[in-house]
Design a protein around this ligand. Structure first.
Ligand code: FE
Length: 237
């Protein structure tokens, strides 16, 4: 029995025929199924489509592997953390970021697929921003990598707009009373990145130390940056 990935793909095609997926870009994420004996139906459909494209010579398997490798290992929330840290230490950059996210992200080298139009929104003492894609799972890949499983889940997508405070509580986030929660519904055309508030006690810190405090969830709005510890404050100077 052929147990290689490509062998599996070929047998999947034979078993399932020419199934298609409505959005190939969303379907590259197949890392979350290690615990299952068989991939989920969408993953099978994607594998079928991939195999057909390869068989017909329309795509190069090495090119597909390079795309998957890029988003699994080279692109991720550390990119967004760099952006946030720069915004914290460089007010003119933050102003450009909020005015024209696409151009300001490109200044740091972040752009391309699944992030063409990324709007950047800033948390303040009065306003907390929370990002969702109610339709599916649109997400700013160049700065945050692939979306986490919970972001793609139906409960998160539906409940975030109905009960944002309840959702935030489940993520362990409680905001001062009177904070406005602003919901941003992503689309294929427009993605969102949250600039969380800079933690108190980080005055004088460098960008690298600051970036280490910026979590993925804090850039989606379901979390807050890490708090600085006294010894880190020393290291950050
Ligand atoms: Fe989506």
């Amino acid at each position: 029995m052929d147990t290689t990935r490509r062998g599996f793909l070929a047998s999947t095609v034979a078993a399932s025929g020419a199934a298609v997926t409505p959005n190939l870009a969303h379907a590259v994420d197949e890392h979350a199924h290690d615990h299952q004996a068989l991939p989920s139906d969408p993953a099978l459909r994607v594998k079928s489509l991939e195999s057909l494209l390869v068989e017909k010579g329309l795509v190069d398997p090495a090119a597909l592997d390079a795309v998957v490798d890029t988003y699994e290992h080279k692109v991720g929330p550390r990119n967004g953390a760099r952006v946030v840290a720069r915004a914290w230490v460089d007010p003119p950059y933050k102003a450009r970021l909020l005015a024209d996210g696409r151009a300001a992200l490109r200044e740091l080298g972040f752009g391309s697929a699944q992030g063409e139009d990324t709007l950047v929104v800033e948390n303040t003492p009065r306003v907390h921003n929370l990002v969702v894609c109610t339709l599916c799972s649109c997400y700013p890949w160049p700065v945050l990598g692939l979306p986490p499983v919970w972001y793609k889940s139906a409960p998160y997508r539906s409940r975030t707009v109905i009960d944002p405070k309840g959702v935030l509580a489940e993520f362990g986030v409680s905001l001062p009373s009177g904070t406005d929660i602003r919901i941003w519904d992503s689309t294929a055309e427009t993605r969102f990145l949250v600039v969380p508030m800079r933690p108190a006690g980080t005055e004088g810190w460098g960008e690298e130390a600051l970036a280490a405090l910026v979590t993925r969830d804090s850039m989606v709005g379901t979390g807050l940056p890490k708090s600085p510890e006294p010894q880190k404050a020393e290291a950050g100077r």
